[in-house]
Design a protein around this ligand. Structure first.
Ligand code: ATP
Length: 353
């Protein structure tokens, strides 16, 4: 597996001593430790999963750790959120997390994002990180993390816990992703939260430990990642099952999304054409009169497109499909995407400006 991060500077003697047990592992070694120290990892949620994950990421020498959480520590968190202590109750979780990491190793940089991750804020918050660990507790945030990281091209490790059960996997923008595992959210109220159904602290630690191990493997390139596989943990039976996960071909195919072909659009050129590609792609040729709204902007604000009818397009159809899914989820019905994208437009003899 190709390591995610290039190695940073040579280790100092103090670092060689601190990470000596990593250096003994041929799969990590000095180069792997330099990769870890140079890496930037964002943890979404300093709760049940994020708490143990943050400690182990810091101890492993992940050089820059971002934490995004808008919550404060509550007494009922302490049973499993081992990063926080009794004296932290009432404090922002990101502050308590930063202090705990500093106690462990003041050389680790902690970036506090004391805010809610939303469609507006997420593209800014995730920018610049090599990898994300999603320890959030709602479907809304997990889909948001999915869509923003697919657009940003950043891989992520996902974990979830409830009662005595845990799930964990690695997702990649090229797939499989969280949307391949759960194409649609369950109806509101059908899945209880940990606050309603309870959760065992040890289960959080077990799942978080797998998440950190996968993060270290991805950063250093060690072993085989948990990509395309979902681990399902049942602590009452004490079993770990592995389920295969493949990208859902319908997600990228034209059949489940409203499309228009280039020939159809050329024959009936009424709709606003929205180009979701990047500026450099557009500079090399675009549909005359098209409007430019890059994919990240559509995902951040799916209600912000011009009035319809609208045809979305990208280079070949995959980014416009992503954008279209986000737009359709707002309830709009007057938006389609161009099958085969700009390549199909050119091939059909469409004008290029
Ligand atoms: N969109 C989001 N932006 C920022 N933080 C988030 C977001 N979604 C979830 N989180 C954070 O993720 C953490 C999830 O932790 P956990 O599942 O243990 O829940 P909790 O809210 O701390 O506990 P409980 O539900 O038992 O009260 C929380 O601290 C929560 O604030």
């Amino acid at each position: 597996m190709r390591p995610l991060v290039e190695p940073g500077p040579e280790l100092t003697d103090a670092q060689r001593e601190r990470y000596s047990r990593h250096l003994l592992l041929p799969e990590v070694g000095e180069t792997g430790q330099r990769r870890l120290l140079a890496s930037r990892v964002l943890v979404v949620g300093a709760g049940g999963l994020g708490s143990p994950a943050l400690l182990y990421l810091a101890a492993a020498g992940v050089g820059t750790i971002g934490v995004v959480d808008d919550d404060v520590v509550e007494t009922s968190n302490l049973q499993r959120q081992v990063l926080h202590g009794s004296t932290d109750v009432g404090r922002a979780k990101v502050d308590s997390a930063a202090d705990a990491v500093a106690r462990l190793d003041p050389a680790i940089t902690v970036v506090r994002h004391h805010e809610r991750l939303t469609r507006d804020s997420a593209p800014r918050v995730v920018a610049g990180y090599d990898l994300v660990l999603d320890g959030s507790d709602t479907f809304e945030t997990r889909y948001l993390v999915n869509d923003v990281l697919v657009a940003a091209g950043t891989p992520w490790v996902w974990g979830a816990v409830l009662r005595f059960d845990g799930h964990v996997s690695v997702f990649d923008p090229a797939g499989p992703t969280y949307r391949d595992l759960f194409p649609t959210a369950p109806p509101p109220g059908s899945v209880p939260s940990c606050g309603e159904a309870g959760v065992l602290g040890g289960v959080c630690a077990a799942v978080a430990s797998v998440m950190v191990t996968e993060a270290v493997k991805l950063i250093t390139g060690a072993g085989r990642p948990l990509l395309g596989r979902v681990l399902v943990h049942d602590a009452l039976a004490m079993t770990w099952r592995e389920l295969p996960l493949r990208p859902d071909p319908r997600r990228t195919g034209p059949e489940d999304l409203p499309t228009v072909t280039a020939a159809e659009l050329l024959a009936a050129p009424g709709p606003v054409v929205v180009d979701v590609r990047e500026p450099d792609e557009r500079a090399a040729g675009a549909v005359p009169g098209s409007v430019h709204v890059p994919l990240a902007q559509v995902l951040a604000d799916p209600s912000g497109l011009p009035p319809g009818p609208v045809v979305l397009h990208c280079a070949r159809g995959s980014r416009s499909a992503q954008a279209l899914r986000a737009v359709l989820s707002t309830g709009r019905t007057d938006v389609v995407h161009l099958e085969g994208g700009f390549a199909a437009w050119r091939a059909a003899g469409g004008p290029v400006g």
